[in-house]
Design a protein around this ligand. Structure first.
Ligand SMILES: NC(=O)c1ccc[n+]([C@@H]2O[C@H](COP(=O)([O-])OP(=O)(O)OC[C@H]3O[C@@H](n4cnc5c(N)ncnc54)[C@H](O)[C@@H]3O)[C@@H](O)[C@H]2O)c1
Length: 474
């Protein structure tokens, strides 16, 4: 099946590479000529593990091309994916201008030579599937008014669930595939397109073996509206789950319970599950905040005020401020202090800074008169380019960043930070304050290295404190 993917961001590039790897000839289209030029050279415009390797392997299978010319790609395709950005407007609503442009351009480029499926992979408010259909029709009537009756197409919603940092594995080995459409022929084509993923009949790419527990993938066929809703509901639930862990951690901190133990204890309940229960400074990234706000906005349009969704946003926001409070508790005055941020990306294994807690923390610290040093394995160049106004001293290593600073804040849980020699780091610092915003170190380990440690929802040693109080009571 010939495929066009419109938008070569995180979702579009990974989708295109995976579909080509499965054997479909793919053309990826973007309006950004710089991105296309890099992709044509085999370079990924984003930092995403395994993506460049997959792009190289995809060329030798279905084949993958990159272009800024949308019309010829659409004209020769059976399936056209829309994977453009849907960033938030100040009201919380999704900005649909890129989606609208893409859908109209698809219509402009269609002819009667074949049946085509237009698949929306961008996260769009409930009801946008119909909007895509209307816009494609408008595009057709603009460019081919005489032929419009003979031009056949179907529309599907195929929400994307990949996680940045593990996007390639998530796409090749998904938990499920959701296809929303009311048209039987469209569903049939989508099932054929995804058959290798569903049956997992393809050979695993180099360096990314199939998980041992991998079973055939469930393709869930739904209505268009349900598919759109599934994406929002999934993100809202995940954001809420992390928010819940943070809320409980904040209570743990007050009563002297250890949040990591509590989360293990509740996560072992199979109804709850262990994932997404890490207390810390909260979630960030391009999706959770935007999607929860968009869902709240949609609910309000229908006269419904979702208190749970609003609370999940509020809890997350407060969690970021907590870093500043913890620094103030330890240092009293932030003016003139040097604070080191370990990690800038919103999560490990990505250089994405959209809605990253690091940015808000840096803004607050700078407002308070602190000086900031930072180290991130991949996101420093992006940060310097996107936020030249933030006076951050970027360092080559974590050690260089920690040297002569008053406090260290773990903002992103990069794997390499877990292996740092805390004793060496502490020796380099002016005062040894460690605010572990991701609970990657044990309080005992940090204290042994000489740090005044504070995590999220943690006590220095839960068992030691309990045994002292038992002895006292006795
Ligand atoms: N990033 C994620 O982890 C993720 C996960 C699931 C779903 N999503 C959703 O997928 C969509 C895309 O997200 P992303 O992170 O890949 O966005 P992105 O901003 O990284 O990429 C979007 C790309 O679309 C291009 N574009 C815009 N208008 C275009 C047009 N008319 N024609 C061709 N190209 C055009 C832009 O130049 C850009 O390269 C969003 O709706 C997002 O909510 C993202």
């Amino acid at each position: 099946m010939r495929v066009t993917v419109i938008g070569t961001g995180y979702v579009g590039t990974v989708t295109g590479a995976c579909l080509a790897y499965l054997g479909h000839p793919v053309v990826c289209v973007d309006t950004d000529p710089e991105k296309i030029a890099r992709l044509q050279k085999g370079e990924s415009p984003i930092y995403e593990p395994h993506l460049e390797e997959l792009l190289a392997q995809a060329s030798g299978r279905g084949g993958i091309e990159f272009t800024t010319e949308l019309a010829p790609a659409v004209a020769s395709s059976d399936v056209i994916f829309i994977a453009v950005g849907t960033p938030p407007l100040p009201t919380g609503e999704a900005d649909l201008r890129y989606l609208e442009d893409a859908a109209r351009s698809i219509g402009n480029a269609m002819d009667a030579s074949r049946f085509r499926v237009v698949v929306n992979k961008s996260t769009v408010p409930v009801g946008s599937g119909n909007l895509v259909e209307v816009l494609v029709r408008e595009g057709i009537s603009e460019s081919r008014p005489a032929e419009q009756r003979g031009i056949r197409f179907g529309v599907a919603s195929n929400p994307e669930f990949l996680r940045e940092g593990s996007a390639v594995g998530d796409s090749l080995y998904p938990d499920r595939i959701v296809v929303g459409t009311s048209d039987a022929k469209t569903l049939e084509l989508m099932m054929a397109l995804y058959e290798p993923l569903v049956s997992q009949s393809f050979s695993a790419p180099d360096g990314l073996p199939r998980p041992a527990s991998m079973a055939p993938v469930r393709l869930l066929s739904t209505s268009l509206t349900s598919a759109e809703m599934i994406k929002y509901a999934a993100n809202a639930f995940l954001a809420m789950k992390i928010g819940f862990a943070n809320e409980i951690a904040n209570i743990c901190e007050r009563v002297g319970a250890e949040a990591t133990e509590v989360m293990t204890g509740i996560g072992l309940d199979s109804r709850i599950g262990t994932k997404f229960l890490n207390a810390g400074i909260g979630w960030g990234g391009s999706c959770f905040g935007k999607d929860v706000r968009a869902l709240l906005h949609t609910a309000r349009e229908y006269g419904y005020e979702s208190r749970l969704l609003q609370a999940s946003l509020d809890v997350n926001q407060a969690q970021r401020q907590m870093v500043i409070q913890k620094l103030q508790e330890k240092l009293y005055i932030l003016k003139g202090r040097t604070i080191t941020l370990l990690g800038l990306a919103f999560k490990p294994e990505t250089d994405d800074l959209r809605d990253a807690p690091s940015i808000q923390i840096a803004e607050r610290l700078l407002q308070a008169g602190a000086r900031i040093k930072a180290y991130d394995p991949v996101a420093m160049a992006v940060c310097a380019a996107q936020r030249p106004d933030l006076k951050i001293r970027y360092c080559e290593t974590a050690e260089e960043a920690a040297a002569d600073s008053d406090a260290l804040v773990v903002v992103t849980e990069w794997q390499q930070f877990r292996k740092l020699n805390l004793t060496e780091i502490a020796a380099l610092m002016t005062s040894r304050i460690l605010v572990d915003g991701r609970n990657i170190f044990s309080p005992e380990q940090a204290a042994a290295a000489g740090f005044d440690y504070t995590g999220v929802g943690r006590v220095r040693s839960a068992r030691a404190r309990e045994s002292v109080s038992v002895e006292t009571a006795g």
